[in-house]
Design a protein around this ligand. Structure first.
Ligand code: GAP
Length: 442
């Protein structure tokens, strides 16, 4: 058994093709020719995505006392985006070809040896660079005027800052504490590309963690470690995660320190997530624009102040792509290529496949009984189609860690074969010991 991609690099085309073939991810609105920057999740993709989201939520919200969940609306009062600086500053430099009218993000077009940027398609000299705001504008209600303009949120963070006072007034949390949210965000990217890496519609998992200004450095360090530990828990190898300190000139307008977590994607080492020290920028701005006091009163020290904020932020789709990249393997087995998604069991869409050797009732009925029993402890799929070899290969390709095969011997010895996806080793286990066998594996 050997890995074919010996340089350790996974081919993006292979991942895209597997995702389509096996029902993970499809191009958005495909039957109409697609829509750039959008993708739809199929049955296995949505399961993988939800498992990743649940894992993040459990790690940071359910299993902690100091982080509170939020689910704010996508549409917000447009003043919130003026306060955050997005209306005036959330833009990318854009250049346009005067001939074909195609638009490019300036930093994606390299200048020629003469220092001039030309259209990659028809070689015309590109026009002067101008700023392009990436927020999607929309109209609220029936009248279309300046007062009816709103935006699809470009980050989930805003919904947490505007609810800071609501949570303080209803839960009276003691600092330090955080708000967490998973939800859709929209960016009118000039050049969406690289499968689900750069999208126009995406989901983010973000935490706004508030602390006393004197505690920002230790809080930053704590969240840095937790963030990385979570990434590794969903199967990203430590060696593929790179922490990059962002320089003064490259940070977002609200940040005094940012670390980007870059990952070795098939397209190269690129940003997966960010950890930003947003200071008191957001709460101050929202206080000023909304005329609402967003300060915090510490009962113990009798001090009133605006808390400072540390933000771990990660895109769901980039995490899905990083998980797929980390899990993808091709191996040579008995002269054939075996494709495997070696997901960690906690994120695998299906954790156990139950496979009767024949469709006949005498095997399918007891197999269905096993499915019922195992569904109490795992995500289980029943599959009776095609030969057992083909079913094993299919389960390998969709990342199922275990297959349970019910054969004719099972009727007499009350045992089944459990096959391990990674080692392909098989062992006989008594049916009434199966729950015990799988206990703790997921
Ligand atoms: N609230 C901070 C914030 O939104 P960001 O670096 O602009 O910061 C956070 O975005 C994360 O969201 C990124 O690290 C990335 O994982 C994801 N993300 C940003 N833009 C994206 C896009 N166009 N497509 C897919 N994911 C994106």
């Amino acid at each position: 058994m050997s890995e074919t991609n010996t340089n350790g690099k996974v081919d993006m085309e292979k991942i895209v093709s597997l995702c389509k073939r096996r029902g993970f991810i499809f191009p958005g609105s495909e039957i109409y020719g697609g829509l750039a920057g959008t993708f739809d999740y199929g049955p296995l993709g949505v399961a993988l995505k939800k498992n990743i989201q649940n894992s993040w939520w459990n790690h940071f919200v359910t299993n902690r006392d100091d982080i509170y969940g939020i689910d704010a609306d996508i549409l917000m009062n447009p003043k919130a985006w003026e306060a955050s600086g997005h209306v005036s500053g959330f833009s990318d430099p854009l250049v346009e070809c005067p001939k074909c009218k195609k638009r490019f993000r300036e930093d994606t077009v390299e200048a020629g040896t003469d220092g001039i940027r030309r259209c990659p398609d028809d070689k015309e000299v590109l026009g002067a660079s101008r700023q392009f705001n990436m927020m999607f504008k929309t109209q609220i209600g029936a009248t279309e005027d300046q007062n009816s303009i709103s935006y699809l949120r470009p980050e989930t963070a805003g919904g947490m800052f505007v609810n800071f006072k609501n949570v303080v007034d209803s839960f009276h949390p003691k600092l330090s504490f955080g708000l967490a949210q998973i939800g859709k965000a929209f960016r009118n990217e000039i050049a969406p590309r690289d499968f689900i890496f750069r999208l126009r519609e995406m989901e983010q998992m973000e935490i706004e963690y508030f602390c006393h200004p004197s505690k920002w450095e230790e809080t930053f360090e704590h969240l840095r470690k937790e963030f990385k530990a979570w990434m590794m828990s969903v199967g990203l190898p430590e060696k593929s995660i790179h922490e990059i300190e962002i320089g003064d000139n490259d940070r977002a307008h609200y940040s005094k320190r940012t670390i980007d977590f870059e990952f070795d994607f098939p397209i190269g080492q690129k940003e997966l997530a960010g950890l930003a020290y947003r200071t008191d920028f957001d709460l101050k701005q929202h206080s000023e624009f909304s005329k609402t006091d967003l300060s915090y009163f510490d009962e113990e020290t009798k001090e009133r102040f605006i808390p400072h904020c540390i933000e771990p932020s990660i895109g769901v789709e980039r995490t899905v792509l990083a998980v797929l990249t980390s899990a993808y393997r091709e191996e040579e087995v008995e002269g054939e290529t075996r494709t495997v998604l070696a997901f960690v069991p906690s994120v695998a869409p299906i954790q156990i496949a139950v496979l009767p050797l024949s469709k006949k009732d005498e095997l399918s009925v007891p197999a269905q009984e096993i499915v019922k029993k195992l569904r109490k402890i795992a995500r289980v799929q029943y599959d009776e189609t095609q030969s057992i070899g083909k079913r094993y290969r299919r389960q390998d390709e969709i990342g199922t860690p275990y297959c349970v095969t019910v054969d004719f011997d099972s009727l007499n010895d009350k045992m089944v074969t459990v096959r391990d996806r990674d080692t392909m080793k098989q062992e006989r286990i008594a049916i009434d010991k199966l729950e015990e066998y799988f206990n703790g594996k997921f």
